[in-house]
Write a protein that binds this ligand. Structure first.
Ligand code: PLP
Length: 408
């Protein structure tokens, strides 16, 4: 470190020199965090309005989750699935119950769980539905975000995610998100080979896009009538964020398959899962799919605590109540001209800034100067998704900073 360099500048320069540049982080170097607040290496405190893309729904350093992790660290952390361990059955049983489903297949990251859902749907198609070999087809939506593996980016419509990663995995058809007629047409274009529809109930990375009322319920009816699996990617929308345990619940929809991740690991460890019926997940036989770390004792111990916390309904309630407040405040801002549009549900909002006020990145940097951390997406959109434990006064303070930045 040179004498004029501050600790954060030094850390950022070192990271630039020795890491792949597949991210463009805001220039803040976090050293510790508690609840909705993070502290950087120079002791400055920041309000976290991103919550690790909803991985931190229960806040940083959540006492219950840290205690559960510490207790498990002292017992056993990894067995691999070659052996049973004493937290596995409870984790699967309680997660299945939370979802109103029968069977759980645990993985680690969201992308792995999506891959698992794709493999499951294809195998279900061949073994149960009788789809001719190699013909399984999955319908997805444009502007989707389901992860970063080669297969998943094969059906992305985002050139940044997709370019230069081919050849791409075939077997996916893309329809416009929120367009029920287009979905029906796609389903009827090839019903004999279609095994699944894979959708985010709210598209997070696309800018927190909420589909028109009736869309999810319509997709549910169309898929049910045709014997096609409805796979809901609730990795970001699920586990309390929208004011309910699952975003699908807002339309009274129960999909055939839930894909969960992010908050399931409580911001402590990566935990993901595919949750479905015994018929659907029953297609897997020993040796046909797996993961060394999937369903490990530490992951199960933390996720069990997450499930217990969701069982209380407290976090869904906070998200609903504070979310209503958030959207009321943002609607006021939208009346003022600096904000073009606001979307979202619960404690989750996509805010389109009027482009002359700056790009989403510039707005994020100016908010950072005022000690509020958000993340931009797609041009002039920022998203707001604080930990569900945030206090109302803190949320209001954060919104005051946004108002001040937009007034500059
Ligand atoms: C984050 C996310 C994923 C991918 O999860 P990773 O853990 O980053 O692999 C998939 N789907 C949605 C909707 C997500 O938000």
């Amino acid at each position: 470190m040179t004498s004029t360099e501050r600790p954060s500048e030094h850390a950022i320069a070192a990271a630039e020199a020795h890491s792949a540049h597949n991210y463009h982080p805001l220039p803040v170097v976090v050293a510790s965090a508690e609840g909705a607040w993070m502290t950087d290496v120079e002791g400055r405190r920041y309000l976290d309005l991103l919550a690790g893309y909803s991985a931190l729904n229960f806040g940083h350093h959540n006492r219950r989750l840290i205690d559960a992790a510490k207790a498990q660290l002292e017992r056993v952390t990894l067995t691999s699935r070659a052996f049973h361990h004493d937290r596995f059955a409870a984790f699967c049983a309680e997660l299945a119950e939370l979802c109103g489903m029968e069977t759980v297949l645990p993985m680690n990251t969201g992308a792995e769980a999506i891959e698992t859902a794709i493999k499951t749907a294809r195998k279900w198609g061949y073994r149960v539905k009788g789809v001719p070999d190699g013909r399984a087809r999955i319908i997805v939506a444009d502007n989707n975000f389901h992860g970063r593996t080669t297969t998943i980016i094969s059906f992305s419509t985002d050139p940044e995610a997709r370019a230069d990663h081919g050849p791409y995995t075939p077997g996916f058809d893309i329809v416009p998100y929120g367009d029920l007629a287009a979905m029906e047409a796609a389903l009827d274009a090839g019903p004999e080979g279609t095994v699944a529809v894979l959708l985010e109930p709210i598209q997070g990375e696309a800018g927190v896009l909420v589909p028109p009322p009736g869309y999810l319920a319509g997709v549910r009816e169309l898929t049910r009538a045709r014997g096609v699996l409805f796979i809901a990617d609730e990795i970001q929308s699920g586990l309390g964020r929208t004011g309910k345990t699952f975003a699908c619940e807002h339309e009274g929809v129960v999909p055939d398959v839930y894909v969960l991740g992010k908050a399931l690991g409580g911001g402590v460890v990566p935990v993901s899962a595919v949750v479905s019926s015994a018929e659907v997940l029953g297609v897997h036989r020993p040796g046909e799919h797996g993961s060394t770390f999937g369903g490990n004792p530490l992951a199960c111990a933390v996720a069990l605590e997450v499930i217990a916390m969701l069982r209380t309904g407290e976090f869904q309630g906070r998200a609903a109540e504070l979310g209503e407040h958030l959207h009321r405040e943002l609607a006021h801002m939208a009346g003022g001209g600096a904000v073009e549009a606001v979307r979202g549900r619960g404690l989750w909002a996509g805010v389109d800034i009027e482009p002359s006020r700056g790009t989403g990145r510039q707005i994020s940097e100016r908010l950072m100067d005022r000690r509020v951390l958000v993340k931009d997406t797609h041009g002039s959109t920022i998203r707001i998704a604080p930990p569900l434990v945030i206090g109302k006064e803190d949320l209001d303070w954060g919104l005051d900073q946004l108002r001040a930045v937009l007034a500059e």
